[in-house]
Design a protein around this ligand. Structure first.
Ligand SMILES: Cc1ncc(COP(=O)(O)O)c(C=O)c1O
Length: 439
């Protein structure tokens, strides 16, 4: 996969969420990868400090996933998911359901986290339609990221993701985000900001609880720069939802599959949602796939209300539960289990947190937040918000480490196969890069 400037043009591919002009003048291509490392087009080794985009905890190019997909593709390269099925999708749905609380037993497959969020919004609407209640309002949060489809962008609380798209869904209410300045450099859940769960009560007081269909939150806000929920915050959201019959949706696209130290956010934080969205690590990032897991109440209500013989939910994708994705998902979940990777992540988390916090003495660092195998190094903006982050990501890459930056937040999410020496290498390369950045 060499990059040959004579035969390969970089112009035609419009890269997502990328400074296309900057990239194309200084391309950074990955031509191969294995485990924790990737190789760029110049032959340099790059350690992956963000598990790709938080999606490959078992490492790149896991041979068991490659083999499972290869085998599945020999049986069927496509099966229509509308009205027919294949065994792998049922097997994967069962395995996914077992990772969730006892009352969450039904899984709808999609192809990405964005599709999972928009699908969850439509399932919520179908639920209230089935119940004959006119609940047409969604509650979300500032600094939220729920993907890039219209529903998810409407829920979003990141201004750059909305600015160019003036027409989004109506009837979305945003609670405040939970970040406060009070406990900088404190790992895990902080105390400040817990009272912001009361913003949900304010929305109810303002609009009427009976108009609110669902609350969507990332239990740990990820893409904005890792904001763990303050102590008691998610519990309070659940209490208020229960008091008003509002559905609670956890967007676990990043938080799921062991990243926070448990299967999903429900076990990490002891709060059970009604609906969970997931993607990314579902297939170890190897094949695009997402899913929405729903409670028995949600499923039974939507299914039960439809007349006999009728399609119950007029929603689905050509590639919902594609055989290649299901094979990859089954293989990934088996690897997580057999290699004890969620436990490994739990065991490594304290070492990772200490290593992250060792950067606190650096003059460019404004805050460090960590939870499970995810952490964030937030830089003081310079000369304008986001500029230092863009430069840091590029320089860090050329120093041999990939970390995803959003604005001035570097989101570090090592793979679960990571050894202590890998953590040290990632942190060492971040420090070296910070030392080299202009003041
Ligand atoms: C919480 C959350 N929801 C949704 C998404 C969108 O996922 P995708 O990029 O697969 O569409 C992301 C992606 O980072 C995410 O972090």
């Amino acid at each position: 996969m060499a990059l040959d400037a004579k035969t390969n043009s970089l112009e035609e591919f419009w890269m997502p969420f990328t400074d296309n002009r900057g990239f194309k003048s200084d391309p950074r291509l990955i031509v191969s990868s294995a485990g924790t490392y990737m190789t760029d087009h110049k032959g340099n080794q790059v350690i992956d400090g963000s598990s790709g985009l938080f999606c490959s905890p078992a490492g790149h190019c896991h041979p068991k996933i490659i083999e499972a997909v290869h085998v599945a593709m020999q049986d069927a390269t496509f099966v229509s998911p509308f009205g027919t099925g294949h065994p792998l999708s049922f097997a994967l749905a069962e395995k996914v359901a077992r990772l969730h609380p006892d009352n969450i037993n039904h899984v709808f497959f999609v192809n990405s986290g964005s599709e999972a969020v928009d699908t969850a919004m439509k399932i919520v609407m179908a639920y209230w339609t089935a119940r004959g209640e006119a609940r047409h309002r969604f509650v979300s949060r500032e600094r939220a990221y729920h993907g890039v489809n219209i529903g998810g962008v409407s829920l979003s609380g990141l201004v750059n993701n909305r600015r160019a798209f003036p027409i989004t869904m109506p009837n979305i209410v945003h609670m405040r985000h939970t970040f406060t300045e009070d406990e900088l450099f404190t790992p895990g859940c902080r105390k400040g900001g817990a009272d912001r769960a009361e913003d949900l009560q304010r929305a109810i007081d303002n609009f009427g609880g009976e108009t609110i269909a669902a609350v969507f939150v990332e239990p740990v806000a990820g893409s904005t720069g890792v904001l763990p929920p303050p102590d008691g915050y998610l519990q309070r959201l659940r209490e208020i939802c229960d008091a008003h019959g509002i559905l609670l949706v956890f967007d676990d696209v990043i938080c799921g599959f062991g990243r926070m130290g448990g299967n999903f956010s429900s076990d990490v934080f002891g709060v059970t949602p009604d609906i969970v969205t997931m993607a990314k690590a579902l297939t170890n990032g190897s094949i695009p796939m997402g899913a929405v897991a729903v409670s028995d109440d949600v499923y039974d209500t939507v299914i039960g209300k439809a007349p006999d013989g009728a399609i119950e939910l007029f929603h689905g994708y050509t590639y919902s539960g594609h055989p290649a994705a299901c094979a990859a998902g089954l293989a990934a979940l088996t690897i997580y289990e057999e290699e004890g990777l969620f436990q490994r992540a739990r065991d490594m988390a304290p070492y990772f947190a200490d290593a992250m916090l060792s950067l606190r003495d650096h003059e460019l660092v404004r805050d460090i937040r960590t939870i499970g195998m995810m952490g964030n190094v937030e830089l003081f903006p310079h000369p304008k918000p986001g500029a230092r982050g863009v430069l840091a990501q590029t320089k860090l890459f050329w120093n041999g480490c990939h970390v995803k930056f959003t604005g001035d937040n570097g989101i570090v999410a090592p793979m679960f196969i990571t050894e202590k020496a890998h953590v040290d290498e990632i942190i060492g390369k971040i420090r070296k890069t910070l030392d080299e950045l202009p003041r």
